[in-house]
Design a protein around this ligand. Structure first.
Ligand SMILES: NC(=O)c1ccc[n+]([C@@H]2O[C@H](COP(=O)([O-])OP(=O)(O)OC[C@H]3O[C@@H](n4cnc5c(N)ncnc54)[C@H](OP(=O)(O)O)[C@@H]3O)[C@@H](O)[C@H]2O)c1
Length: 340
């Protein structure tokens, strides 16, 4: 797959989005960082978008809404304040989304509701290993279970949008290319029976593998939708804010070095919005950088496993991860999975 080309050409393509019907986007993890960058770019590039976003920080959300009122007064921008560490909240987010869309002129029933872009971008570095209310590792919830649950609950609206000019896409912002499944996925995938509980770094790399496998599986099951697992590279965001003070200090000291390899906000925003709207990524599973370059273990293999053996192994893993999601999220209190 060809990379996107220069920032100027990507921006120029994005300016054409202005002629499309108003897109509908839901950004889970939109109060800061990459999610907030996507919101700002959509506001800049599209006509009267309806953008719903989720996070815990109401003050940050209000600042985004105030900015939106200036940059795109015709946009509808609504904040849903929820903590995704609680899996039942994903049902509340989906219900709020439906309720808001039913208030839009011309939308008379759930059949009319369309969701063009679903972004999952939660996951700060949270060093806590204290289990969530659902007895799961926090990092696995924000980086895997809540993300797949959002797709499960919003699937009909994505399907309705798949025939529109913009289509329907899911962007999971994480770390394609850095998959490292714990224990080769031979033990419990939700890691809750491992003692001591694995730390957030292990969980993050494990979740990265789970996301890549799920994007592949979902694209097979729902070929009308695009499923993108994105590795944003180094972007200066609020990602370190939940680390202990000494780790934040080390991160601050490393900033000048990181600066050299980082990508600026404007570039990240334009490139991600391009991936969320171009024809090439309209359907299928993609494991990519924001410039469209692949970081795809399906093609490179994993730990020397390649060819047929690698295809077989991934198929086995995908089946296990699918079942684990249904069992783990399906048994969480207050969660009503859609049948899929
Ligand atoms: N930045 C990078 O260089 C980089 C590199 C590779 C991968 N990534 C990945 O990209 C994703 C986004 O990172 P970022 O850099 O944009 O981080 P960020 O600035 O910390 O943004 C994370 C967003 O997720 C929300 N969030 C976190 N935990 C939540 C929870 N429990 N419930 C609801 N919302 C929650 C935060 O909102 P509230 O605080 O309002 O809850 C915020 O809006 C992460 O998965 C990260 O691992 C980032």
């Amino acid at each position: 797959m060809a990379p996107q080309g220069s920032l100027a050409s990507v921006t120029s393509e994005n300016t054409k989005l202005i002629s499309l019907p108003p897109p509908v986007a839901l950004i889970i993890g939109g109060t800061s960082g990459i999610g907030a960058i996507i919101i700002r770019t959509l506001l800049l590039r599209t006509t009267a978008p309806r953008i719903y976003f989720v996070g815990r920080n109401r003050t940050a959300a209000e600042a985004i809404i105030a900015e939106a009122a200036k940059t795109n007064p015709a946009a509808k921008v609504v904040f849903f304040q929820y903590d995704v560490y609680v899996l039942a909240n994903l049902g509340r987010i989906a219900a709020d989304f439906v309720q808001e869309e039913l208030q839009v002129e011309g939308i008379n029933s759930e059949q009319d509701i369309k969701l063009n872009i679903l972004v999952n971008s939660t996951g700060t570095f949270n060093p806590s290993t204290t289990p969530t209310v659902d007895n799961l590792q926090p990092e696995l919830v924000s980086r895997h279970y809540s993300r797949i649950l959002s797709i499960n609950l919003l699937l009909p609206y994505l399907q309705h949008a798949s025939t529109t000019p913009l289509g329907a896409r899911v962007l999971t912002i994480q770390a394609a290319g850095q998959e490292n499944p714990k224990n080769d996925l031979t033990s419990a995938i939700n890691l809750r029976d491992i003692t001591p509980r694995p730390g957030f770094v292990t969980c993050a790399f494990h979740a990265t593998a789970l996301q890549s496998l799920m994007m592949e599986e979902l694209a097979i099951r729902y070929p009308e939708i695009g499923f993108l697992h994105l590795n944003p590279g180094v972007v200066f965001t609020g990602i370190f804010r939940e680390l202990p003070w000494w780790m934040r200090m080390l991160a601050t000291l490393a900033k000048p070095l990181m600066w050299l390899i980082s990508t600026g906000e404007t570039e990240v925003g334009e490139r991600l919005v391009r991936l969320a709207s171009d024809e090439e990524h309209r359907t299928g599973a993609w494991l990519v950088m924001p410039d469209g370059k692949e970081k795809d273990w399906r093609k490179t293999g994993w730990k020397g496993i390649k060819g047929e053996e690698w295809e077989k192994k991934r198929a086995e893993w995908r089946a296990k991860v699918w079942v684990d999601f249904k069992e783990t999220a399906g048994s969480a209190e207050g969660v009503q999975l859609r049948d899929w």
